[in-house]
Design a protein around this ligand. Structure first.
Ligand code: KIV
Length: 262
């Protein structure tokens, strides 16, 4: 299993980090059998697993439930658990309780969106022995402040602002950070000026690694195809075909066969 030390090493050796989101035991077993470096149990599970329109519905308890399932399926992978909406903004005691349940469920690190106003909290979490992955750019928990899922970091001083946020995260002790939906040039600039690795999603080729949401990568989420998603499978089509074949076999009396019966 990878450790936080490997993230640093991989960046310094120029070897790219692959991360995929995962939310359940069965999928985790498949990721466990793959070469992917690490797993993010993202709060995107509010959308992918529970059908909400945003990530805001995720709670620490829900995150912990999914982390636990993924840990059981992927004992060999480094797992990052998302701190959900406002979980690190409601006082230190509640923050640490959320961190505690996510880590005790089996994560090796937590991911926190944003930095402004959260420096002391992030420092405290790191000093408590919990690795923190940062997340900048399009931070989906701030969707209502952004006014929608929009590329970030495009304004006049955006590059300096993003770099300053990234540097502050590094100073607070973050071991890596996700850059979401920022122009490739700006993500490259930030990556070059940091010691810690950046993991991009919609942030171009020059990040130290890449993350995709499992449902997007597998082609399960057919209504959603932003520019940055590459589909590596048509899982929706494959699954549908299997369901249709099952249905047809049942309707035609072809399932179960003799040898499938007691
Ligand atoms: O929750 C999530 O899936 C994420 C990724 C998009 C990075 O934060």
């Amino acid at each position: 299993m990878k450790s936080v030390l490997d993230f640093h090493k991989m960046k310094s050796q120029g070897s790219r980090i692959s991360m995929v989101t995962c939310y359940d035991y069965t999928s985790a077993r498949i990721v466990a059998a793959s070469d992917v470096d690490c797993i993010l149990v993202g709060d995107s599970l509010a959308m992918t697993m529970h059908g909400h329109e945003t990530t805001l519905a995720a709670t620490p308890e829900l995150m912990a439930l999914h982390v636990e399932a993924v840990r059981k399926g992927a004992a060999n992978k480094f797992i990052v658990g998302d701190m959900p909406f406002l979980a690190h903004r409601a006082g230190l005691e509640r923050t640490m309780e959320a961190v505690r349940i996510i880590m005790k469920a089996g994560a090796q690190a937590v991911k926190i969106e944003g930095i402004d106003g959260s420096e002391d909290t992030i420092r405290h979490i790191v000093q408590s022995g919990v690795p923190v992955m940062g997340h900048l750019g399009l931070t989906p928990q701030s969707i209502h402040q952004f006014g929608g899922f929009k590329v970030q970091g495009t304004g006049e001083h955006a590059a300096e602002m993003l770099l300053s946020q990234a540097r502050r995260l590094e100073e607070c002790g973050a071991f890596a950070l996700v850059l979401e939906c920022v122009p490739a040039e700006i993500a490259a600039h930030v990556t070059r000026h940091l010691e810690v690795p950046t993991i991009g999603i919609g942030a171009g080729r020059e990040c130290s690694g890449q993350v995709l949401v499992m449902q997007d990568l597998l082609g399960l989420n057919i209504e959603f195809k932003p520019k940055f998603v590459r589909r590596y499978s048509d899982a929706f089509g494959l699954f549908k075909e299997a369901f249709d074949s099952f249905n047809a076999d049942v309707k035609e009396g072809n399932f179960p066969a003799q040898e499938e019966s007691y």
